[in-house]
Design a protein around this ligand. Structure first.
Ligand SMILES: Nc1nc2c(ncn2[C@@H]2O[C@H](COP(=O)(O)OP(=O)(O)OP(=O)(O)O)[C@@H](O)[C@H]2O)c(=O)[nH]1
Ligand SMILES: [Mg+2]
Length: 407
């Protein structure tokens, strides 16, 4: 769609609010089936809108009709909203009155997916001017409450996609007759939006989709590497513990532990596909962070191991003078050394993996960075648009929940 310069507008709303009628009015033809009976639209359908005059960076717009929100139950409503929103560049949320619970769920879900939402209030012909004012104020308040201040700056657009007017028949009976649609505010708003921000919306949504895909890929990779990283850390822990426990020479103990720690960091980096050393400021920062981690964990470990090693050394050295009696407590000391070695190796492995994974997440998120820049640069300056930003773009590239993927 980005290549074809063809954004997709998805209409969304409760059953029977007039979603298909709105699209028909925009197209100026009866493209989508309309019925008084609820549940007329059963599956997603689409038609193409060609702009009456050329718009730079835009060929056409795909208008997508969807089944009513309340056609599906509870949590499925959120899923439906998420699925539909994924493929949309702009969502047209059609309301038939004040915001109801399913519409609130959909709005929240759309916000999570970072889609711009255009709110329209259909059936304007069925209310008096006073009722319209009341409704508009109520909807504005509810949307602000749901999405936060600044999400919407003016009222939803008021339209009547298929208005009806009462007519008196010759026999005195009253019948309602269809009159021409009144969707001019929506047509103008859309034209304005496509002209000023159409290409930007398309680019932003492509970047968001790319960023979402990269995150998924990253999580998949982390999941795959977790088991291998755990095995590696386990092997180092066992080797270090055994070495510390059986080695009688203190300095060799400490040197061995430091070598093992460095080796573990290098091997973990290889496993996570970030070979050390490497060039660039990001790699330098990572090396500094890893160095600090090694210094803290390694330093604390060396202190404790040094003390235990000294005790062990003294006990061993005293053996000829105590008739071998001092050898008895040397065993528990060696065991303590081994346990300490296992724990510190695990801790070092986990901390290192965290640093590496966060570095990889940063490296893998150019699309998120670009999308963020695009959002910051200029928000679409459409006052009637609920502007939302995807959660993954607001959060850190490496979220707290990703910690479960660490070894
Ligand atoms: N009075 C009035 N009736 C409308 C308006 N817009 C739509 N309707 C009527 O509402 C009924 C349902 O319209 P649809 O366009 O089929 O609604 P929908 O949201 O697509 O319905 P589903 O596909 O069943 O979810 C039809 O009888 C329309 O004529 C309007 O602005 N005013
Ligand atoms: Mg319909």
């Amino acid at each position: 769609r980005l290549a074809r310069r063809r954004p997709r507008l998805v209409v969304f709303g409760r059953v029977g609010v007039g979603k298909s009628s709105v699209l028909n009015a925009l197209l100026g033809s009866l493209c989508f089936a309309v019925d008084v009976a609820h549940g007329c639209t059963r599956r997603q359908q689409q038609a193409v809108w060609i702009p009456p005059a050329p718009i730079p960076g835009l060929q056409a717009v795909d208008l997508v009709d969807t089944p009513g929100l309340d056609e599906v139950q509870g949590s499925a409503q959120g899923r439906l909203a998420r699925r539909l929103a994924l493929g949309a560049d702009l969502v047209l949320l059609v309301l038939g009155g004040d915001v109801s619970a399913p519409e609130a769920t959909a709005l929240m879900e759309l916000r999570r997916s970072g889609k711009p939402v255009l709110l329209v209030l259909n059936r304007a012909d069925t209310w008096t001017p006073a009722e319209r004012r009341q409704l508009v104020a109520a909807i504005g308040g509810r949307v602000r409450q749901l999405l936060g201040d600044g999400a919407i700056r003016t009222a939803p657009l008021m339209i009547a996609a298929a208005p009806r007017q009462p007519q008196q028949l010759p026999d005195g009976r009253i019948r309602s007759e269809a009159t021409p649609p009144q969707v001019q505010p929506l047509q103008e708003a859309l034209l304005h939006l496509w002209r000023s921000d159409g290409a930007r919306l398309l680019a932003l949504n492509s970047l968001q989709a790319a960023s979402r895909f990269q995150r998924l890929l990253m999580r998949c990779r982390l999941q795959q590497r977790r088991a291998r990283a755990q095995q590696l850390i386990g092997r180092y822990a066992v080797a270090k513990a055994a070495g510390l426990a059986v080695n009688p020479v203190m300095l060799v103990d400490l040197a061995g532990a430091a070598t093992a720690d460095t080796g573990l960091i290098v091997q973990l980096a290889d496993l996570y596909g970030i070979p050390l050393p490497g060039a660039g400021p990001q790699r330098q920062a990572l090396l500094r962070q890893l160095g600090t981690t090694l210094l803290w964990v390694g330093g604390a470990q060396l202190g404790l191991q040094g003390a235990l090693g000294l005790v062990k050394h003294l006990l061993l050295a005293a053996a000829p003078f105590t008739g071998g009696l001092s050898l008895a407590p040397a065993g528990p000391v060696a065991l303590a050394q081994a346990t300490l070695a296992v724990h510190t190796t695990r801790l070092l492995g986990r901390l290192t993996a965290h640093r590496l994974v966060a570095a990889e997440a940063l490296r893998l998120s150019p699309s998120a960075t670009m999308a963020q820049r695009l959002v910051r640069q200029r928000r679409p300056h459409a006052p009637w648009l609920c502007w939302t930003q995807a959660e993954e773009l607001r959060g850190q590239p490496f979220a707290r929940k990703d910690a479960a993927l660490l070894p």
